[in-house]
Write a protein that binds this ligand. Sequence first.
Ligand code: 6GU
Length: 242
Amino acid sequence: MNGYNIMRLDVLTLFPEIFTGYLSQSLLKLAIGRSLVEVPLHNIRDWAIGKHRTVDDRPFGGGPGMVLKPEPVVEAVEAVQQMATSPGHLVMLTPQGRRLDQTVVEQLASHKRLLLLCGRYEGFDQRISDLLEPDEISIGDYILNGGEVAAMAIIDAVIRLVPGVLGDQESNQQDSFSPNLFAHQQRVLEHAQYTRPREYRGQAVPEVLLNGDHGQVARWREQNSLERTRDRRADLLNRKKQ
Ligand code: 6GU
């Protein structure tokens, strides 16, 4: 035993192969290898019936594109729910959902099990939502071809909050005494960072970062962080604490 509680993120998609490269990548691969998270992939088409295993159909009332049929999706979700002791928190990826931010990520990370339901085509038959009452989530105000990239964004953001997944150095930033806490919660933007060389193409690293005075460094970073937030994302400063 590792002393941690394993988090399970089941993905339901018509394109499980989209996830395999991402899942075999460093941080997630390590987390899976250390049994901190597991990400089982499920192909919705496995629950479709008939010779053609049809998962989509033309919209009633006309219009472009195809709509995901209710039967294979609802039956896939119900079957996957029963694959573990807890049915899990069902998330549907859709541009009509509530917008993902760090507060929502924290809510999602509080569950031991998430089911991430990805759609393609023009969307889901409305009865899927009406019957399953999922937590509908969007990752921003633009249209993706499907929910898969959004599901990966959620997995990536959520696993960072699973205890033990990040290395010691990174996880220290989540310590409540860290000056970076607010940047981590995306209430302000992170300050500028520099590494060697001290000068590159006539551009010098700010002197204050080189002189070894930790108090001065901390003050410079706080100032820089606030300036950038004011210049680039003033909306973050005006946002009420959630
Ligand atoms: Cl979750 N799905 C799709 N198709 N497009 C999106 C999205 C989700 N979030 C933002 N755009």
